[in-house]
Design a protein around this ligand. Sequence first.
Ligand code: NIG
Ligand code: FE
Length: 414
Amino acid sequence: MMDLVIKNIRTLATPEGRSAKAGQEQGEIRFLDDAAIGIEGGKFAYIGKGGPPFCGKIEIDARGALATPGLVDSHTHLIFGGWRQKELSMKLAGASYMDILKRGGGILDTAAQTRRASKGELTMKAEKTLKQMMGFGVTAVEAKSGYGLDLETEVKQLEAARDLNISQKASVVPTYLGAHAVPLEFSSSSDYVSFILSEALPEVARLGLAEFCDVFCEPGAFSASQSRKMLVRARELGFKLKIHADELESSGGAELAAELGLISAEHLIAASDAGIKALADKKVIATILPGTSFYLGKPYARARKMIDEGVAVAVATDFNPGSCPSPNINFAMTLASIKCGMSPSEVLAAATLNGAAALCRAEESGSVEIGKRADLVLWDAPDLDYIIYRFGINLVQMTIKDGEICHQSDAFNL
Ligand code: NIG
Ligand code: FE
């Protein structure tokens, strides 16, 4: 007898493997019709066709649902104070994202709101979003800091991430993003970079609050040479590394990610041809964030070219109050297909196994395979194409994390 048995799955669709799928392999998905799954000790213990040859302490009748691995939202700015809807009218009047930041709005506005919020307030607000994400099928999420900029508030954000990881079923992976913008109390970016190198990074490392370090490498934020210094120091201190690269302009971010062999380069809207080649050569995961292109009215990252050149592509939301206020990864998946030319199979791998790999979790999650963590989504969908096609509504019936139900739609209760 297993802890949990899920029967009557119309089709199980999953990538397979323990590392990111790149190039042609990204579209290789296992489809198993008329499937049943058994879960034991929070791990997948049985995957088979037809009725399972045993019972479960709990049994779920999937009633013909499509099953996929739990989704991994591998790039989010989950924790922050306030919102920035007041920027909408500025955007409509023609102000660019960087114009708003230069006027002390944007990230700096959210930093002010985040500094004012208590840790409890930040945690409760992010918990609401995290539950919405689980409602979209997400079982693991990255949470970047970067809205304190001062050490005290960055630590407050990272502690909120740690608390959510404990209190909520979804895994929350913390990333230190002190190099997100230059705070107003520093007169130059080089002074702030010196502060990050000598004080902030060593202290965040000492506290053990962040697994990854990320930097916003972009004209108007931090240059490639400043980013290199911070990433190299972060690596020495034991952080795994990511970069916000070529989000608005091509400024050598993808090339830097390859040079340093980072785990992932993220955004890449404006990545150069040479940058894309370099990511493929150095096996850096390219995390595309098409919800941000949508909301900023920018071009979409060239994911088709990336995959054709042998890059492993992940898809995530970039959820944040400025450039992508939506936590809906399903919408990002549709955009990845319609706007970036990825097939539904490639998108599935991007939002599961490759997302898990971008968080260094592909050994244990990101696919439905015996021995992996039992993270699963049941969809009200007859096939995989359908979840890309029916954008704008939520088809998730149930989200299961480590063998426990963490979200169930009302319709599924009927
Ligand atoms: O990924 N570009 C930097 N960071 C976020 C936006 C943050 C904000 O506007 O609050 C991004 O787009
Ligand atoms: Fe981001």
